[in-house]
Structures are given as C-alpha cells and as structure tokens.
Design a protein around this ligand. Structure first.
Ligand code: IMP
Length: 394
C-alpha cells in the first residue's frame, strides 16, 4: 500500500461489502480521509479493538482516528441533522479537522418527503433518505449547497427549489419555505466551526489520501442496474468529480467484495439464493440487515462475474474479500460465473484463523479460484469484524 499518494477503497458489488473496516485499517497510514459520493444512505460499520461498534453514515469511517484530516467532498449530498449528530457523538471534537465542501449539496427536508412518496410508485426500494431528489435538484440547478448557508439569499433559493416540487409539498409555499429556512439555519450553526471551503483546493496540497467509496459498482448511476441504482457515481469516476482531484492523485484502487453477495432494495440479482432456509441462515450468521434502514438484505452466492466487471470499470489493483467466516458452516459453497453457470466447492466447515498458514486447504482452494478468475491480486481477507481479524498480503 502506498503511504504517500492516493488510495481509493470502493465497493465491487451492491454495497455493504465491508468497505468501512478496510478503510479503518488503511487509514492508519494515511493523513487525509475523503468521502466523495452519496450521503447518509451509507452505513459504514467499524468495530474497534475493544469490540465497540460505530456506524458512520456521512463522516469517513476513519473518524475515530486522531490527528487526521477528514473531507466531505463536493460529490456528496449532506443531511445536516445527521451530520451534526454524528459529529457530536464522537468522543473528541473533530470540527477543526473536518473540511466540508462548500459545493456539496444539502439534503433538504422536502427531499426526504419526495423520496418516500415517489418510491411508492417507482418501487426501487430506496433508503428514503432523500438522496435521489437531492441529486435531482443538483442536476436541475435548484439545489442548496453548503456554501449557500452562509450567504444572503438562502430563503429565496429555498423558495425557488420548493416550487419545483409543487405536487409533493404543502402550500402555501412561502410559509413552508420560510419554516425550512429557519430549520436549516439552526442546523448550519452546528457545523459552522468546521472548515467550510473549496475542498478540492485543500486536497491539492495533500499527499497522503484515502478516498472512501460509498455503495457499490452495481448501484452506480451509469454502470449499475438502472433504474435500480442510487443517484451518484459510486465508481472510480466519482472520485475525480466528487472529491475534485486529478487522476494523478490516485496510485491504487482497492475493490472490496464479500464472499457472498447481498442486495437491499429491488433490482436484478441473478445469483440470489432462492432456498429460503439457506438464505435465512446466511443472513442471520452474517447479520445481513441494513445498518441504516434495518431492512433484511437479499442474499445470494458470490457473483464473481459482476466483481470481474467491477475490476475492469474501476481499474482495481488490489482486492479485499470480507466475511468469508460467514460461509464456514456450509457443506457446499457456490460461485456464480459470468457465463451464468455455478461452480460448486466443498465447504471447509471449520473456523478460519487470521493466519493464512493455518487455513484448511478447501478454503484456500476457494480463495485461489476467485483470485485466478478475477486476475487481480487479493490483498486482504477479512475473517471477522475486529481489526485483528484481517489477513493482509498487501
Ligand atoms: P437510494 O440511494 O436511497 O436512492 O437507494 C437506491 C438503491 O440503492 C436502493 O436499492 C438502496 O437499497 C440502495 N442503497 C443505497 N445505499 C446503499 C448502501 O449503502 N448499501 C446498500 N444499498 C444501498
């Protein structure tokens, strides 16, 4: 791993791959950690050495590390209430180390309302956090940005934006927009001690950066299973536009995937396990419930074909496989290949230590097949949620 330069960690599947735990470990050797896309639809879980669990939705997963800089980039959509509560829940005050892009968009209360109302028709199964409507306002050029909070004319901008959502909102607009403006200004006061700036410029001077992706390649607005996708660029292109850095800042791309595949919400899932009992068992052992919405995740065999495509799209240099321990009790394990067939492996049915040399040969064969199939080196194997349950080859 490059200590200097930029490393990207992104999801090679449909989100929930365990990116947070990989970011948490890699952040030890980096100075600046950047979230560049999405919003509080993400839920990145960290379990520290003492077993304490934290879930980060907007702040980078490494926010528990001291003496680092944290950036929320311009590609993000930020719910101020969630951000304020996440900052105040941290054991130490990070506001002086937190750089928030003045160009990042704000998820407004009406976005959350619209998201829920519209998903009743569209049935995408969104997280209902207002993400899609916030990005729509961005593209329509009626979005409210972080920088607007500290300028005159905020009320007028909110009124203009509110008018665009007329079929969903309360009337009269003026009163509604005034109420929202008041609420937003209260929330703005909670982040004003952070560094609100052109984070792209700030990053120009940084040399040791970790870019933390949210969601995964299958949910990307351009590369994913449209329309069953999120509204942001979750893939490598999102780093450049969302963090606002040159491609020359990126030295290495780490793709994270699970030893099986999960998906929340609707959309195609060719390797989904249709045997309810088996799917339920994997869901329970893997605790496959949304960290934000608590929805049960759909469970399937690892779609290595999709991961292969993700390697190509993102130019993945190193792979990290997580949660392989969840499969340890199974007598048979399958992989879904890109020709639509399955390859079946005998289960190893024993505990996997965080030491590759102690692994049973059946588990080693499973891993070797995946590595050969993908043609990309495996840098990390996670055998449990704690920091010390990680085998590291990189
Ligand atoms: P949205 O991002 O809330 O608009 O949801 C669009 C789709 O992306 C839905 O299928 C969500 O379940 C899915 N999604 C959004 N964020 C995540 C995530 O962090 N993990 C997994 N799925 C997600």
């Amino acid at each position: 791993m490059f200590i200097n330069g930029g490393t990207v960690v992104l999801g090679a599947e449909a989100g929930d791959e365990g990116k947070g735990r990989i970011v948490d470990v890699l952040a030890q050797n980096k100075q600046t950690i950047v979230r560049y896309s999405g919003g509080c639809n993400a839920g990145h879980t960290i379990i520290d050495d003492a077993g304490n669990k934290s879930v980060f939705r907007l702040l980078p997963s490494a926010a528990l590390h001291r003496d680092k800089s944290f950036v929320l980039g311009q590609g993000m959509v930020i719910d101020l209430a969630v951000l304020a509560s996440e900052i105040s829940a941290l054991p130490t005050d990070i506001s002086k180390n937190l750089y928030i892009s003045q160009n990042a968009h704000i998820v407004m209360p009406y976005h959350i309302m619209v998201d829920a109302a519209r998903d009743r028709d569209l049935q995408i199964g969104t997280t209902k956090k207002g993400i899609g409507p916030a990005y729509e306002d961005k593209v329509r050029r009626t979005g409210i940005r972080i920088g607007d909070l500290f300028c005159t004319g905020l009320g007028d901008k909110i009124l203009t934006a509110v008018r665009q959502w007329d079929s969903f909102l309360q009337k009269p607009y003026l009163k509604y927009a005034n109420n929202i403006t008041e609420q937003i200004l209260v929330l703005a006061s909670k982040i004003e001690s952070c560094n609100i700036c052109d984070t792209s410029k700030f990053l120009e001077g940084e040399t040791s950066i970790l870019f933390e992706g949210a969601q995964g390649t299958i949910l990307d607005i351009d590369h994913g299973t449209y329309p069953f996708v999120t509204s942001s660029s979750t893939t490598i292109g999102g780093v450049l536009t969302g963090a606002g850095v040159s491609h020359k800042k990126i030295n290495e791309v780490v793709g994270v995937f699970k030893a099986y595949t999960t998906r929340v919400g609707n959309g195609p899932f060719p390797s989904e396990i249709l045997d309810d009992l088996l799917a339920k068992n994997i869901r329970e052992i893997g605790n496959e419930y949304g960290s934000v919405t608590k929805r049960p995740r759909r469970v399937g065999w690892l779609d290595v074909g999709a991961v292969k495509r993700s390697c190509t799209i993102n130019g993945i240099d190193t792979l990290a496989i997580t949660k392989i321990d969840v499969l340890s009790y199974l007598d048979q394990i399958k992989l879904y290949l890109d020709d639509g067939s399955y390859k079946t492996f005998d289960g190893w049915q024993e505990h996997l230590a965080a030491d590759w040399d102690l692994w049973p040969s059946k588990a080693k064969s499973f891993i070797s097949f995946i590595e050969d199939y993908l043609g990309v080196k495996l840098g990390f194997i996670s055998v449990g949620p704690r920091r010390n349950q990680l085998i590291r080859f990189a």
